[in-house]
Ligand binder design. Structure first.
Ligand code: ATP
Ligand code: MG
Length: 390
């Protein structure tokens, strides 16, 4: 009796993570306990499983690697155990080809430190990171129970309210990260987990903040771009494709692609040929949204997909407020009509630079769901919206 063919990997090769008894005469594989081929009586050759050398190891006496959760362009994620506090964790082990470059390692450690400072309900908690004595670069995170947004959506268009709920949470995550100068640079449905708990609520967590940037190949690097994190350009902003510097507005372009996909069932630009796909991002106008999508939302998505960052929506807060106003026309559309503490004008700074430079001079207060700062010395008549800034 032959065993099922080994599962196929995404690249089309066969999985080698279990043993098989192979018949060189008929080319079939059988269960590993068989000695002779049931078809032709030939002696079977036992092919061992490719053991994952990381499983079972304890990194730096602290984290035990237990089983594989999945793999992506930057490495492999394992279920693990943090020995000191007896808790389950997820451990991302960076692909050794990426970790072999000293500049990359330094950049990874720097970005990982920044990412570990992020504390926001829609961003995965990064607990720790490091490098083992034999050079394995790893990141320890909270272990999430759920499915990626890609799995959850499964190519089906979602109702506006459900899609908007997910995009609003994405904006909350981005507001917090952008205010600290952290840009994701690889936002895609595969990097977003929809949590199982609470059920039916579509609570999301964003993975891999800053990792793409830290592991991106340098022009001088031995690692080619196709080997690394370039991945799918389905959600990649034109400026990034063009090799220009991209800022937080690049993340908003990716969210625009995902918002489109959630409502339509596929991303705005598709092509089997990667270069053609990139060309579409660079020059093709985004397709129209279906007629049932309200005009303000369709306009918003098209503004998020503007080719030039200057023409794009400028901040995640602006996206969230526009969604709120479109879904609930009676809600006050923005805090810019609010004048708390005697302030007369509201400015959305839309970025972290101003935030960090004046934070020491400002007074912080809560209004609605937001945190505001007022800087009486510098802007006595203005109340500045610093969206979740530290
Ligand atoms: N903290 C976590 N908790 C639970 N599962 C996780 C966690 N982090 C990643 N995963 C899962 O591990 C798998 C591999 O993730 P990984 O980030 O390596 O791949 P990817 O997102 O497909 O590609 P990329 O390298 O481009 O991010 C994915 O299915 C992901 O959902
Ligand atoms: Mg990922």
């Amino acid at each position: 009796m032959s065993i099922e063919p080994p599962p196929t990997l995404p690249d089309g090769s066969a999985s080698s993570d279990r043993e098989e008894a192979f018949c060189s005469a008929c080319g079939q594989s059988f269960a590993p306990d068989l000695e002779r081929c049931p078809n032709d009586g030939a002696k079977l050759i036992l092919l061992g499983a490719n053991k994952d050398s990381v499983i079972g190891r304890v990194f730096e006496n602290r984290y035990e690697v237990r089983s594989k959760l999945g793999a992506g362009g930057m490495g492999t994620v394992y279920r693990g155990w943090q020995l000191s506090v007896d808790r389950e964790v997820a451990i991302k082990v960076i692909d050794p080809r990426l970790a072999s470059d000293r500049v990359t390692v330094k950049r990874f450690l720097r970005e990982a430190r920044l990412a570990s400072r992020l504390s926001q309900p829609n961003i995965v908690n990064v607990y720790d990171f490091g490098q083992t004595e034999d050079g394995i670069l790893y990141l320890v995170m909270e272990l999430l129970k759920g499915r990626t947004l890609a799995h959850e959506q499964h190519g089906e268009p979602w109702a506006l309210k459900r899609a908007a709920g997910v995009v609003s949470q994405l904006c909350d995550a981005l507001e917090s990260a952008h205010a600290q100068g952290i840009i994701h640079r690889d936002l895609k449905p595969g990097n977003i987990i929809v949590l199982d708990d609470p059920p039916g609520r579509d609570l999301i967590k964003v993975l891999d903040f800053g990792l793409a940037k830290s592991l991106a190949a340098e022009p001088h690097s031995r690692v080619t771009k196709t080997d690394t994190v370039l991945g799918t350009p389905l959600y990649m902003p034109p400026e990034q494709i063009d090799g220009k510097a991209s800022d937080q507005r690049g993340d908003l372009y990716a969210v625009g692609c995902m918002f489109f996909e959630l409502l339509v069932g596929h991303p705005p630009f598709q092509d089997a040929n990667m270069h053609a796909l990139m060309a579409r991002h660079m020059s093709e106008p985004p397709p129209a949204l279906p007629a049932h999508v309200p005009d303000p939302i369709a306009k918003l998505i098209h503004r998020m997909l503007a080719k030039m960052p200057e023409m794009r929506v400028q901040s995640a807060g602006e996206v969230r407020r526009t969604i709120q106003a479109a879904l609930d026309p009676n809600a006050p559309s923005a805090p810019n009509i609010v004048r708390p503490h005697g302030a007369t004008t509201v400015v959305d700074t839309g970025g972290a630079t101003v935030a960090s430079s004046i934070s020491s001079l400002t007074q912080k207060f809560e209004y609605g769901r937001r945190t505001w700062r007022w800087c009486p010395t510098m802007f006595p008549n203005r109340c500045i919206d610093l969206i979740n800034s530290p």
